[in-house]
Design a binder for this molecule. Sequence first.
Ligand SMILES: NC(=O)C1=CN([C@@H]2O[C@H](COP(=O)(O)OP(=O)(O)OC[C@H]3O[C@@H](n4cnc5c(N)ncnc54)[C@H](OP(=O)(O)O)[C@@H]3O)[C@@H](O)[C@H]2O)C=CC1
Ligand SMILES: CC(=O)C(=O)O
Ligand SMILES: [Mg+2]
Length: 768
Amino acid sequence: MSEANVTFSDAEAIDFHAKGRPGKIEIKASKPMATQRDLALAYSPGVAVPVEAIAADPGRAYELTAKGNLVAVISNGSAILGLGNLGALASKPVMEGKAVLFKRFADVDSIDLELDTEDPEAFINAVALMGPSFGGINLEDIGAPDCFIIEQALKERMNIPVFHDDQHGTAIITAAGLINAAHLTGREMGDMKVVINGAGAAAIACSDLIKAMGVKHDNVIMCDRSGVIHKDRDDLDQWKSAQAVETDLRTLEDALKGADVFLGLSAGNVLNGDMIKHMAKDPIIFAMANPTPEIAPPEAKKARPDAIVATGRSDYPNQVNNVLGFPFIFRGALDARATAVNEEMKIAAAQALAELAREAVPEEVAAAYGGSAKSFGPDYIIPAPFDPRLIEVVPAAVARAAEETGVAQKPIEDYDAYRSQLRARLNPASSVLTLAYEAARRNPKRVLFAEGEEENVLRAAIAFKEGGYGTPVLVGRDTTYDRLKALGVEDPESYKVLNSRNSPLVQKAVDFIYQRHQRGGMLRRQVERMVNQDRNYFTAAMLALGEGDAMITGTTRPFSQSLAQVRTVIDDDTGGDPFGINIVATGSQTVLIADTSVTERPTAEQLAAIAIRSAAFARRMGVEPRVAFISYTTFGNPPGHHIDHLRDAVKVLDRMTTDFEYEGEMGPDVALNHEAQRKYYPFSRLSGPANILIMPGLQSANLSSKLLKAIGGENVLGPYLMGMSLPVQIAPMTASSGDLVTLAVLASGGADALRRNAAAKEAAAQVG
Ligand SMILES: NC(=O)C1=CN([C@@H]2O[C@H](COP(=O)(O)OP(=O)(O)OC[C@H]3O[C@@H](n4cnc5c(N)ncnc54)[C@H](OP(=O)(O)O)[C@@H]3O)[C@@H](O)[C@H]2O)C=CC1
Ligand SMILES: CC(=O)C(=O)O
Ligand SMILES: [Mg+2]
């Protein structure tokens, strides 16, 4: 795509979809399938038991099958985004995309179905017959007017929620944005003059919903390709007719004169600066066509600096896109086992979204927006999709409205408990990575790549730069430019390369390191050799001297060697020795393991300090810390040796004021199983399964995290190096270029984290 704000090429978009397993989804078994017995239970003969149970009582399908958490995303490709009717097959990438968004944002399982027909009757019959399979039906990218006919018929024929996302999802988010934009510009719904461009699925639903919220019918002028939809037109179908008004206005341009609001649900680039010049003061402009908005925000802002501008895209402020709605709306509807998504549930969702945007923005979300700047205002009228509060707030509002309007077959019994369950559904590790990437993009830093001649490092640096996450500074020879070129970079000169042999900075690096070690027995010549021969010394000195904001290394040397070299140049942070932390993120649990990298036989004091800093790290990820000191024994059972340091670490923490739960020593089987804690060790102070495992030594920590990584693959992240006074990350030698990009992103966020972690550092410092 050749647009200014897009940070990927067409080739990358193709590559993203093609690499590995083609497409974006796969299906995983949720039960073990390892033994003969498993198979006998999962399939014949065991499966006969649930079959008969469901035949006798259909409601049991929700307990015994995946139905209750399964939504079909169904399209015929007749209105794919704003790209038009490109057919069922071409719509598959979008539908797979919606399915993964369901999973990512609301833990709803979803499957895409593309139906190859433009005949509404055939479509309706096909979908209606699939009712038993699903808990809900999300219709997507079906053009008007067929979408109205299809949705209406399916609602009548099916007893599960049927929701055309382009209509209602879009309308809900638009309404939420409009409530807040009206609030900011001092407007009342009843007085607002609105122009809607587009008269299809999304436009008509938006018009209907904002009218239900108080905008007057005669104050909404809708345009299609033929201009204003007025009463004298004789080419209108019943749906457009219902939108027609008595007016002399004939063109979009005329209609916009004096209008308060423009809602674009049509096609890219159909609006220009001149056309919005004569809108009312502080105009509200939502250019929501995808992927290209009706007008690009910079152009809109240039013509109308007083405007509040939103688009459907994630790369401009104010993303008004139905992704903010459908995952959370279905979550609430499924959990309440609603038979429909009715008007009240839609309005509840819109209000919940609007209110959320007005609340103080949590720190991790603010960081993703580049600091504290993000608070309710013209550039933040609606929460961002990765806001971790959405999963708690919107489904609960929807479920409650379902209950109040009598469509909930299984009302929520305890809303506090429900909110906790909702929170637990999201994988905090993937949230934190999303936030870290977003934070890097908004607050790009210079990251020094020490091994700038390695191909996977160069690939990572290219992806880091092209992703807009920051500026790579490559430490390498002059041939680095040729290597970049060979990897397809058109303008290698735009990369900064520091040559550790002939850069004028070499002398500065030598001075700096010599200064630190001259009284420790190091000769200047020795330092010169170190700097010349080893990039880690040079790069760490560049970081210390401010030639970069963060550093990444590790792919060409063992971890311990890289760390020793870096520590020669850069101080440890106060609060204990550096340590490594791995994140194990399974669907339902996120567990941190430390110290996986540095201290072979930690003392009780070191273990306590690691626990304190790991707890602070967990909090930053949105995880409420519960620390277990891990052993092969649990509270002395079986009796063992070499466990005193674990018990003493608990005592060290007992003597301090801490703000997190900890317990030990205990085996991982007990630490991760709260039932077992309650049953066998009722005195345990943990209120749930542990999520931070402080290991007894490097052997067990390192090998268990590597084992998990080898088996669990992408679910095991890290190790991340904690506890240096400047942001340094040391990759494992096996790191892929993708791993390196993530580490670079985390390293560049490290400076802010170091600042935020000050309190934990102080506490940890008290230990020793
Ligand atoms: N941000 C968001 O969350 C969402 C955005 N959208 C966007 O809204 C747009 C419409 O989608 P949808 O309603 O599903 O599709 P439909 O096919 O149902 O409707 C398209 C409408 O756009 C109108 N249109 C197309 N080109 C122009 C133009 N140049 N000037 C005026 N009107 C035009 C068509 O007019 P006519 O009737 O004369 O053919 C038609 O009324 C797409 O760009 C889509 O990406 C949709 C859903 C969600
Ligand atoms: C966002 C969306 O659903 C669309 O543009 O069609
Ligand atoms: Mg759509």
